[in-house]
Design a protein around this ligand. Structure first.
Ligand SMILES: Nc1ncnc2c1ncn2[C@@H]1O[C@H](COP(=O)(O)OP(=O)(O)O)[C@@H](O)[C@H]1O
Ligand SMILES: O=c1ccn([C@@H]2O[C@H](COP(=O)(O)OP(=O)(O)O)[C@@H](O)[C@H]2O)c(=O)[nH]1
Length: 232
């Protein structure tokens, strides 16, 4: 079983696949899935995207660096939203972000993060990498290394990595395991090359799993190979 986990969730985990905003049904589902792993006493960090609010590249009339700042703020909104949802269910969490100064947002300080974990908090890392032109996949890779995670779990809307996009090609074939070298060479689009590269350099594996299948997150943390594992 993995003991220190960085979980990357798409903003769509809050809205439902392809949706915008926040869905009560999805939030209930999400909290139930998190509760299952939180009860295992693992150290859990979460990076959440903002696809349910803004993705920079969706704002066509904006300069990309402006649009991306809205996206990054969206990840802080989602982190705070999630903190509130967790709180109502008795799950302790703390929002950490280098990009905003708000009463409920802590600055990113490595020493404090360890203390939050020791005190049983889930750490919600908001604000992405704090730079435009990146995505939350890359932020997840950075935070995973920084928190010394033993796995990065990307919980998304496909059940792993295929030889081509399974949403576009019916005959796509799934990999159970793939190396970073192969994923980068084949230009696999399920995750940014930057994220793959950071994890490869720092000897951290990634698990790609389908978030929308009940029980998957728990199975992944328990070490079951239900998606695709990207190995260094
Ligand atoms: N080779 C591939 N294997 C799996 N998924 C792929 C592949 N190429 C493209 N995709 C697409 O990547 C998408 C997941 O990535 P992304 O949209 O960045 O997810 P998220 O919003 O969860 O970060 C899926 O919708 C899938 O259609
Ligand atoms: O380091 C980062 C992380 C995110 N973003 C912006 O925030 C948006 C939301 O993140 P992402 O697209 O990764 O969200 P997801 O698809 O996972 O919901 C991105 O599209 C970017 O516009 C950014 O500029 N820098």
């Amino acid at each position: 079983m993995y003991k220190r986990v960085l979980l990357k969730l798409s903003g769509e985990a809050l809205s439902g696949e392809g949706g915008k905003g926040f869905s009560e049904k999805m939030l209930t589902y999400l909290v139930n899935e998190i509760q299952k792993i939180h009860s295992l006493n693992i150290k859990l960090g979460i990076v959440i995207g903002a696809g349910n609010i803004f993705r920079g590249k969706e704002l066509k009339d904006f300069r990309i660096q402006m649009a991306d700042q809205l996206g990054m703020l969206g990840t802080v909104i989602n982190s705070l939203y999630l903190k509130n949802v967790f709180e109502k269910k008795g799950i302790k969490s703390i929002v950490v972000s280098p990009i905003v100064n708000l009463p409920s947002v802590m600055p990113l300080k490595y020493d404090f993060i360890e203390q939050y974990f020791e005190a049983g908090y889930i750490v919600l890392f908001g604000g992405g990498t704090s730079n435009p032109l990146f995505t939350t996949d890359t932020a997840a890779a950075l935070r995973a290394i920084e928190m010394n995670a033993d796995i990065l779990v990307k919980a998304t809307k496909v059940d792993g990595i295929y030889n081509k996009d399974p949403k576009l090609f019916e005959d796509a074939k799934k990999y159970d395991i793939i190396t970073y070298e192969q994923a980068i060479k084949e230009q696999i689009k399920v995750m940014d090359t930057e994220a793959f590269s950071i994890c490869e350099k720092n000897n951290l594996s990634i698990l790609i799993i389908n978030f929308f299948k009940e029980g998957n997150l728990l199975k992944a943390i328990e070490g079951e190979n239900i998606g695709t594992k990207v190995n260094y």
